[in-house]
Structure formats: structure tokens, C-alpha cells
Design a binder for this molecule. Structure first.
Ligand code: PLP
Length: 387
């Protein structure tokens, strides 16, 4: 495995996101198979990873797409995903976007609020509308990626959904629930579904979008047990005529790695800092959520040390890992940052005038394919007006 990373660094330079097709396909098939006994449309949450080459691999397995707006629609169409398999999500949709989705034949809309329904959908017959309900359930995950409690900005209350159903029942196709991301316990999914099903029964609603959120193992937690999830959810889900899911992290995270060079090893008074060329610009999850990413070092050194792996940017929050035990590297050694395939590149930014990494796919046959070129400084500034 290390040899491949070395070769990639040599051929394509660093920093670079590296994806493995065999892992991606394996994970996608697991997601697809969970509810294959049902009329099931698995979609891929493009927010987790928007590389069209990877999306095309998923499309070929049978995935549709969950998109937020025109940008993610564009990624989906580059991958050849049919608009009839696309779900449009978001809590701030505009009339212009609605026209765009209509023109492009997007089929499913998750309506986030009663206000959105009034504003955009009251007189609209061209889409299948799913009401996103907020079941007020604790997803037991990081507060920033928890979405299903009353205090969160997402979804409508059951009472608000009832108001819409009383007035517009024939216009509403289904319900949508998404209570958060990186959820590793079954009970929040089950409770949310049970609550929503009781509402569905009241109004004879036969379609459901169960969202995403399936958690993976970053450190000590266990990956969500999908056999158990199936066992617990099937008795309810089998009552629906259509089940849609929107999975991102579970498919992408373990299939992607960020490969970054060591710029310097700095001995502070209290800590040793390994300075990586990628920081919160290329992988913001540690800075944003204190997220953990395991790191393997490609080095000759065998000395283990507890260090902070930090980026080169002007923020103390610019770190990849804190107090992590690794083989102490030397300048020029490589860091393999794991589980970086989801919310890695898609959340990358240009802070401090830095450019985004390239992306390389290790295909099933072991060949390497560049699937996104490294961003250039010219690209960064070519929209600026200077006179
Ligand atoms: C509405 C919606 N669907 C699906 C997802 C994908 O979640 P995950 O990547 O955890 O599967 C998200 C992300 O949080 C989301 O907001």
C-alpha cells in the first residue's frame, strides 16, 4: 500500500487526494444492497464528494444523487446521473433555482419548511414533493452535524407538516428525514422512522426518503451496523412504495486518503509539531469539528512520538491531528491521512491564497488516473478585476 502512495507522490506531486476504486465500489454496493428487497433508490450525497469521475462509478452501480443546488447538479450531470434520480435538498432554495431544476427535469424536492412550501411549491405540479420533518431526536453525534432536534435549522415540525397535508395532500408525495451525519447507533434512526411512520399512516403517505448519516469508524467508535439497521428498519420500511436514501460519508470516507508532505518538524517547548503542507485548507474537519483522522507516516524513522500534526496556515486552529502518536517523520516524508474521502476535498478552501490539491484514482486494475488537476494560482485570481 505504501508503495502506491510513494509512486503517486512521485508522479502527481503532493498534496493529493487518493481514492481507491475497489474500496469505493465495495462500500457503494453495501449501501445499495441494504434495502434491495424494497423499491429502493439509493442516492449519493454529492456534498460529501463531488468528483464527477467517482460519481460516475456510483451511477453505474445504480445510484442517483442528492444535490444542494446548481453546482452539485452540474457534477451529477457530468457523471451522467439521470435527473429523474436526483433529489434537491436545502433550507434556502430560490425561485431561480426552482426554474433551473424544472428546466433540467429534476424529479424529487425535499421541502424544508412550511414557509418554503408557501413560497415555492404551493402552485407547482412538476415535482414530487417530500416534506422534510424534524422529529426532534438526538442523533448522538457532533452538534455541528446533528440536524434533527427542534433547535436545529432543518425541517418542519410534525404539526406544520399536518397543516400542509390537510390543505395540499394530493401535492405531497412523501416524507424526508435526515437527523444528522456520522451516526453510529441504530436507535436514533429507528425512533425517527417510527415517529415519521405514524404520521405517514395518518395521511396514507407511501414514499419516504430516509436521508443519510450512516457513521463510520474514525477512531474508537464502531461503524454503524447495517445488518442491524436493516433488521430494525425493514418492518416499517416495507410499508412504503418507495424508499430513497442519501448516503455520503459511509461510501466515500474510507475510500479516500489525503497524501501530504512533511514541511518541517518543529520542537516546541511543550510539544513537537509536524508541519504538513495540507492543513485546514485541504481538510477542514479537524479544525471545524475536532474530528479525528488517523495518520500513517511513510518514513525511514522508527521512533514513535506523540505530536501535533499542523498545517502551514496562519491560524492556531489549523491542525490535522492533536496529540497523535506517529513515527516521527523527517522533512519530505509523506503523511497518509485516512478516511478523508468524505467532506475532504468538497470542503477544501483557498485560505491564505493556497490552491486545492489534485485528485487521483487507483483503479481496480492498479493503474493510476488523475481525476482532478491541481488548482493553479491563476485560477484562483482570474475572476478578480484589477483596473
Ligand atoms: C439532507 C442531507 N442528506 C444526506 C446527507 C449525507 O449525510 P452522510 O454523508 O452522513 O451520509 C446530508 C449531510 O449531512 C444531508 O444534509
Amino acid at each position: 500500500m505504501k508503495e502506491i502512495f510513494k509512486e503517486i507522490a512521485k508522479r502527481f506531486g503532493t498534496p493529493v487526494y487518493v481514492y481507491f476504486e475497489d474500496i469505493l465500489v465495495k462500500r457503494a454496493k453495501i449501501v445499495k444492497d441494504v434495502f434491495s428487497d424494497l423499491n429502493y433508490l439509493p442516492t449519493v450525497a454529492i456534498k460529501a464528494n463531488n468528483n464527477p469521475y467517482l460519481l460516475k462509478i456510483l451511477k453505474d452501480i445504480g445510484f442517483g444523487a442528492d444535490i444542494l443546488g446548481e453546482g452539485e447538479f452540474y457534477a451529477a450531470s457530468l457523471a451522467g446521473i439521470e435527473p429523474t434520480n436526483i433529489v434537491w435538498n436545502g433550507n434556502g432554495k430560490t425561485p431561480e433555482q426552482k426554474e433551473f431544476m424544472l428546466k433540467n427535469n429534476v424529479k424529487y424536492i425535499n421541502v424544508d419548511s412550511i414557509e418554503e412550501f408557501e413560497y415555492l411549491w404551493k402552485k407547482e405540479n412538476n415535482f414530487e414533493l417530500f416534506l422534510r420533518v424534524n422529529p426532534d431526536i438526538d442523533a448522538k453525534t457532533h452538534p455541528y452535524i446533528s440536524t434533527g432536534l427542534k433547535k436545529h435549522k432543518f425541517g418542519m415540525t410534525f404539526d406544520q407538516a399536518r397543516i400542509l397535508l390537510e390543505k395540499f395532500r394530493e401535492r405531497i408525495s412523501g416524507f424526508h428525514i435526515h437527523i444528522g451525519s456520522q451516526i453510529t447507533e441504530i436507535s436514533p434512526f429507528k425512533e425517527a422512522l417510527e415517529k415519521t411512520y405514524s404520521l405517514a399512516k395518518e395521511y396514507n403517505v407511501k414514499k419516504i426518503n430516509i436521508g443519510g448519516g450512516w457513521g463510520i469508524k474514525y477512531k474508537n467508535e464502531n461503524e454503524l451496523d447495517l445488518n442491524k439497521l436493516k433488521e430494525e428498519l425493514m418492518p416499517i420500511l416495507k410499508n412504503f412504495e418507495l424508499v430513497i436514501s442519501e448516503i455520503g460519508r459511509f461510501i466515500f470516507a474510507p475510500s479516500g486518503f489525503l497524501l501530504s508532505k512533511v514541511l518541517l518538524v518543529k520542537k516546541g517547548e511543550q510539544k513537537t509539531f509536524v508541519v504538513s503542507e495540507s492543513g485546514m485548507n485541504h481538510l477542514i474537519r479537524p479544525a471545524l469539528y475536532n474530528a479525528y483522522h488517523d495518520i500513517e507516516v511513510i518514513t525511514e524513522s522508527a521512533t514513535k512520538e506523540v505530536v501535533d500534526v499542523v498545517g502551514p496556515l496562519c491560524e492556531t486552529g489549523d491542525f490535522i491531528a492533536k496529540d497523535i502518536e506517529i513515527n516521527l517523520p523527517e522533512i519530505g516524508d509523506l503523511l497518509i491521512i485516512k478516511n478523508a474521502g468524505a467532506y475532504g476535498f468538497s470542503m477544501a478552501n483557498n485560505y491564505n491564497g493556497t490552491t486545492k490539491p489534485s485528485e487521483v484514482l487507483v483503479k481496480k486494475d492498479g493503474t493510476l488516473k488523475l481525476i482532478r488537476k491541481r488548482q493553479t494560482i491563476e485560477e484562483l485570481f482570474n475572476s478578480c478585476i484589477i483596473d
